[in-house]
Design a protein around this ligand. Sequence first.
Ligand code: F0G
Length: 456
Amino acid sequence: MKTIIEPFRIKMVEPIKLTTREEREQLIEKAHFNPFLLAAEDVIIDLLTDSGTSAMSAEAWGAMMRGDESYAGARSWYRFRDTVKSIFGFEQVIPTHQGRAAEHILFGVLVQPGMIVPNNTHFDTTRANVEYNGGEALDLPCAEAADLDSDYPFKGNMDTAALEKVVAEHGREKIPLIMLTITNNSGGGQPVSMANIREVSRIAHEAGIPFYIDACRFAENAHFIKRREPGYADKPTIEIARETFSYADGCTMSAKKDAFANIGGFLCTNDAELAHRERNILILTEGFPTYGGLAGRDLDAIAIGLCEILDEHYLDYRLDSTKYVVNHLVDAGIPVIAPAGGHAVYLDAGRFLPHIEALHYPGQALAVELFIEGGIRGVEIGSVMFGLDPHTGDEQASRLELLRLAIPRRVYTQSHMDYVLEAIGLVWERRESIRGIRIVEAPQFLRHFTAKFARL
Ligand code: F0G
């Protein structure tokens, strides 16, 4: 059969409130042209993020009822810890309330002012946590990532030649760790190959530098490797995931992505002494080491989600349904990052709205128009998110101007996506009349969340 079906049935539904175009014009103006400031109820299709927005399974809801809420050593903790260990393989597991809390603890312990953290591409919270500790978050995407149309299968890779140069120049005194984000979220949700993971690991270890993986979408990345990298087609995806982590010294993880959970995360390492220092901060900021800012029931939901996410029928559907949207856009000549990544569709706002210069924020303008057209909410990944140097206060154009439409797991059906495609097509038809945006008010760190905008 060629038809892709959602490999689940729907047992519980949430109604969607439908709005008119006139209502949406007013709603987005009242939200200061920032989709983050809209009430979720006023959004028809919410593609702001795939984080914490997944639909949990009957199994996961059932497991939540078994949650053991003991303060220390709860049964839920052991189920969580053992599941994490069985997939990720690290000796030390530290639960946190979400991914950025793991980053905050890790960088707080390892990064000092003047240090450099290389990554294929830092996600915004990762970058902010490095910079908050006085470090430099250095992005080293591979050259193929710059060509948004090339069909290179692993555009999430790191430029390992550039990494070798940085390591030769600065050494382990200035580089406390090297990271790889799988999949590369800010770089278009593109996967990282096992060859690249192995090579980054080699470079790091030869220089005596720890190698960490930002593991948020590890299952999608592993399944891309199965589909695209020679030698992996017959390997179970779970084995590919295990091999991925076998090259690393630790990871940060947001369970809000590839664990189907609504909240949660963890930090792993093989270094017991480091884990000891990390747990000291954990107790101060998150909670006791066997719950780390989570309820017992959350730990149980994550343990189930981590197993379900590696179901290959689910992963086939996940990758194919994202590809379905991207392929329709490519066929319509609409600029989009291709080939499709796993969790999101990235419209290339720079080419969609070439008459709007970077610091008039084409991605933000496109986000506003897509909301007005169809009540669809996406997020700009461009000069609003990355254009401000928090130390100097200078603004410069981001490498890419994108509008990300992230697809919550198991939430929307193909007809929802057909509706999204129709709305994008209608905005495309009237693109020449769309104006740029300016910032009225914004904080210094992570400004995209709360900034207020006006139309030019
Ligand atoms: N790393 C990556 C690659 C991410 O995508 C995220 C979150 C984090 C770390 C932080 O995790 O949200 O649990 O604190 N990404 C979400 C997104 C917010 O919309 O892409 P968190």
